[in-house]
Design a protein around this ligand. Structure first.
Ligand SMILES: NC(=O)c1ccc[n+]([C@@H]2O[C@H](COP(=O)([O-])OP(=O)(O)OC[C@H]3O[C@@H](n4cnc5c(N)ncnc54)[C@H](O)[C@@H]3O)[C@@H](O)[C@H]2O)c1
Length: 265
C-alpha cells in the first residue's frame, strides 16, 4: 500500500506519464500521482535518476516504471510512444514537464546557442510526444498538464529563449484544449514560481549546501517571500489532472507564492 498522506485516492486504476520525472517537479508529481493510486510512467533521458525515482515509488508500495525518452530526439519520442502502446491501451494523464534552462542575452548572441536545444526539448518535443500519445489519451478521455513558468509572464533579461518558450506553452495549452475538447480531454497549464529543484542546485559546486540555502532564502519577488517546494507544484498538477477540475480546461494556474498579477518588486 502506497504511503498516502493526502487521504485521497483520485487516481486509482489510472495511468500517468510524466516527462522529466527523474528530478524536481516531475519526480514530485510522479510521487504524488502514485501515492494517490496511479500507475506511473517516469520518462526521462537520465536513466539512472529515472530508475531511482521509480525505485523510491515502488519501495513505498506504489506502481511505477521507467521508460527512456529524449525529447530532443524525434526517433526517441516515436520509440517511447511505441513502448507505451505495447504496454498500455489507454493513457489517462500526461504531464509535459521536461525542460532545460540556459541563459543568454540577445545583444551578444548568447541566446542563439540555446535556441535549438531548449526549444527542441521544451516545446517541439512536448508537441510531438502529445501528438504520438493522443490516440491513447482519446481512449481514456484523459487530462494533460503542461508545465509553464512565471517566467513566461514576466520575461527576464538574459532569459529570452526559456521565457518565450514558457509563454508559448501557455498559448499551446489553449490550442490543445480546443483541439482535444471533443475527445473529452482537458488541457491546462501550471505556471510555477521559483522552486527548489535540481535545475537550481545540481550544477552548483556544492549542490546540497545550495539546496539548503535556497530552502531558507527570503525573496522579494513574491508575496510569500520564499521558494516553492516541488511537492507544492505537484499538488496543483494533481488537482488539474483530477476530476476535481472537471470543468477547467485551457487555463493556466499560477503556483508562484503570489507574483504574477500582484504588485511585487
Ligand atoms: N524549478 C523552477 O524554479 C521552475 C519554475 C517554473 C517552471 N519550472 C519548470 O518545471 C519543469 C521541471 O523543472 P525542474 O525545476 O523540476 O527541473 P529539473 O532539472 O529538476 O528536472 C528536469 C528533468 O527533465 C529531464 N530532461 C532534461 N532534458 C531532457 C530530455 N532531452 N529528454 C527527457 N528529459 C529531459 C532532466 O533529466 C530532469 O529529470 C520545467 O518545465 C521547468 O521549466 C521550473
Amino acid at each position: 500500500m502506497t504511503v498516502n498522506p493526502y487521504g485521497m485516492t483520485r487516481f486509482t486504476g489510472k495511468v500517468a506519464l510524466i516527462t522529466g520525472g527523474a528530478s524536481g517537479i516531475g519526480r514530485a508529481t510522479a510521487q504524488r500521482l502514485a501515492a494517490e493510486g496511479a500507475q506511473v510512467i517516469v520518462v526521462d533521458n537520465n536513466a539512472e535518476m529515472g530508475q531511482k525515482t521509480v525505485d523510491g515509488i515502488t519501495s513505498e508500495g506504489g506502481s511505477a516504471i521507467f521508460l527512456h525518452g529524449d525529447l530532443a530526439d524525434d526517433e526517441s519520442i516515436a520509440a517511447l510512444a511505441l513502448a507505451m502502446r505495447e504496454r498500455f491501451v489507454t493513457l489517462d494523464m500526461l504531464v509535459n514537464n521536461a525542460a532545460i534552462h540556459r541563459p543568454g542575452r540577445i545583444e551578444d548572441g548568447g541566446w542563439l546557442n540555446n535556441w535549438e536545444i531548449e526549444s527542441r526539448i521544451g516545446f517541439r518535443g512536448w508537441l510531438l510526444l502529445t501528438q504520438h500519445l493522443l490516440p491513447m489519451l482519446k481512449q481514456a478521455g484523459g487530462a494533460i498538464v503542461n508545465v509553464s513558468s512565471e517566467a513566461g509572464f514576466v520575461g527576464r533579461p538574459g532569459q529570452v529563449v526559456y521565457d518565450a518558450i514558457k509563454a508559448a506553452i501557455v498559448s499551446a495549452t489553449k490550442t490543445m484544449a480546443q483541439e482535444f475538447a471533443d475527445a473529452g480531454i482537458r488541457v491546462n497549464a501550471v505556471a510555477p514560481g521559483w522552486t527548489v529543484t535540481e535545475m537550481h542546485f545540481d550544477r552548483h559546486p556544492d549542490p546540497s549546501a545550495r539546496r539548503m540555502e535556497l530552502e531558507s532564502l527570503s525573496i522579494t519577488s513574491c508575496v510569500m517571500k520564499r521558494l516553492a517546494q516541488p511537492s507544492e507544484i505537484a499538488g496543483a498538477i494533481a488537482f488539474l489532472l483530477s476530476d476535481d477540475a472537471s470543468y477547467i480546461t485551457g487555463t493556466t494556474l499560477h503556483v508562484d507564492g503570489g507574483r504574477v498579477g500582484l504588485s511585487v518588486k
